[in-house]
Design a binder for this molecule. Structure first.
Ligand code: MN
Length: 318
C-alpha cells in the first residue's frame, strides 16, 4: 500500500560534530551505513522509498543536532542554514520530500520566527525537536510564546528522542541501556508527560505533538497514569485525566517498532486516526517497516489511515 513517512532523517552539511555521541554508542559497521545515507537525497534514499511504496518522506535533521549547541548565535545561524539546505533538497523532488523545521530552541523568540519562516516561506509541515535543549524542556515557561506560534500556524511538533541531560545513577553499570534500546524511551515519555502536567494543553487544547517509536510506550500506560495521578498531590490542577491529553494531543508514529502487539495496543488506546506510519530512516530498515504495516492484522480501511490518510489530514498534504 502507498505510504507517507514522518520520521525520516538527514544530516545537513556542518552538522557532523553533533553526532559524535550517537556514533559512539553504535556498532562501527552499522554507523558507517548510516553516515553514508544521512547526507544523501538521491538514489539510495529514493530507491528505499520506491521499494517500500513510500510516496513521500517528511525529512528532519538527525538527533541531537542543534539541541546540544552551546552557543545561541551559532544555533540560530545554523538552524536557518539547515532549513534552507533542506528546502533546496525538497525543491529537487517536491512530490517525494517534505520537511520539518530544525529550530534553535536556545532562543524561543528566534525559534518561533524561524518556524514561521519555514512554514510560510519554505512550505514545511511542522517542526521536529530532538528532546531537551541543553537540559531545558519544552514545558518551560519561556516556550509559551513559541507554542502559541505553533498553535496559530496549526502545525504539529514532532518530539524526537535524545540522550538525557545528566546520567542517572541506575545506568552506572549498564551505560549501554542509555541509548535507543531504552533510555531514550524514558527520556521522551517523561518529556511528553511534562508537557501534559504543565497544563500546556489546557492553555492550547488544539496543539498536536507527535511521538515516534509507537508512542514511546505511552499507549500501554494510560490506565495507570489516571489511577495513580488521582491520588497524588499536585501543584497544578489539570482539567482532564492524563490519559485524555494523550488521546487528544498526542499523535504517534510506528517508527522503529515493527511489531503487531504494540500496534494493536496503540490502536485500542488512541484510535487508528492518531497513528501514522514511519520508518526512522536510515537507522531502521525501510523494507522491514513497510512489510510490517503491509501485513499487520488490520482492516484495509485502518491500514489506509495509518499508511497515508492520517498524514495527509494532519500535515495538510494536497
Ligand atoms: Mn529517529
Amino acid at each position: 500500500m502507498k505510504k507517507i513517512a514522518l520520521e525520516e532523517h538527514f544530516m545537513a552539511p556542518g552538522f557532523e560534530n553533533y553526532e559524535a555521541d550517537v556514533e559512539k554508542m553504535m556498532d562501527a559497521r552499522a554507523y558507517k551505513e548510516f553516515a553514508l545515507r544521512l547526507p544523501e537525497f538521491a538514489d539510495l534514499r529514493l530507491q528505499a522509498m520506491n521499494n517500500a511504496e513510500i510516496e513521500m518522506c517528511v525529512l528532519s535533521q538527525t538527533s541531537p543536532g542543534l539541541q546540544t549547541e552551546k552557543d545561541t548565535a551559532t544555533a540560530i545561524r545554523k538552524s536557518q542554514e539547515a532549513n534552507d539546505f533542506l528546502a533546496q533538497q525538497i525543491q529537487k523532488h517536491p512530490s517525494r520530500f517534505a520537511g520539518f523545521a530544525h529550530l534553535a530552541m536556545q532562543d524561543p523568540t528566534a525559534a518561533a520566527k524561524e518556524l514561521k519562516r519555514c512554514i510560510e516561506d519554505l512550505g514545511f509541515k511542522g517542526a521536529l525537536v530532538n528532546g531537551h535543549t541543553n537540559g531545558v524542556y519544552l514545558d518551560d515557561q519561556r516556550y509559551i510564546p513559541f507554542w502559541e506560534t505553533l498553535n496559530n500556524l496549526d502545525v504539529p511538533l514532532y518530539l524526537h528522542p535524545a540522550d538525557s541531560f545528566d546520567k542517572p545513577h541506575m545506568y552506572e553499570d549498564h551505560p549501554d541501556l542509555m541509548g535507543p534500546t531504552w533510555g531514550w524511551t524514558v527520556e521522551t515519555t517523561t518529556h511528553a508527560l511534562r508537557l501534559i502536567v504543565s497544563g500546556l494543553f489546557d492553555r492550547l487544547p488544539k496543539l498536536k505533538v507527535i511521538l515516534g517509536h509507537m508512542g514511546e510506550a505511552l499507549p500501554f500506560m494510560l490506565w495507570r497514569f489516571d489511577s495513580r495521578w488521582q491520588i497524588g498531590k499536585h501543584s497544578k490542577k489539570l482539567e482532564k485525566p492524563l490519559s485524555q491529553y494523550v488521546k487528544d494531543n498526542i499523535i504517534i508514529t510506528t517508527s522503529g517498532v515493527c511489531d503487531n502487539a504494540p500496534l494493536l495496543c496503540s490502536i485500542e488506546a488512541l484510535g487508528a486516526d492518531n497513528i501514522l506510519f514511519s520508518t526512522d530512516y536510515p537507522f531502521e530498515s525501510t523494507q522491514i517497516a513497510a512489510d510490517f504495516i503491509d501485513k499487520a492484522p488490520l482492516s484495509e480501511d485502518v491500514r489506509k489511515r495509518i499508511c497515508y490518510q492520517n498524514a495527509q489530514r494532519i500535515l495538510k498534504l494536497g
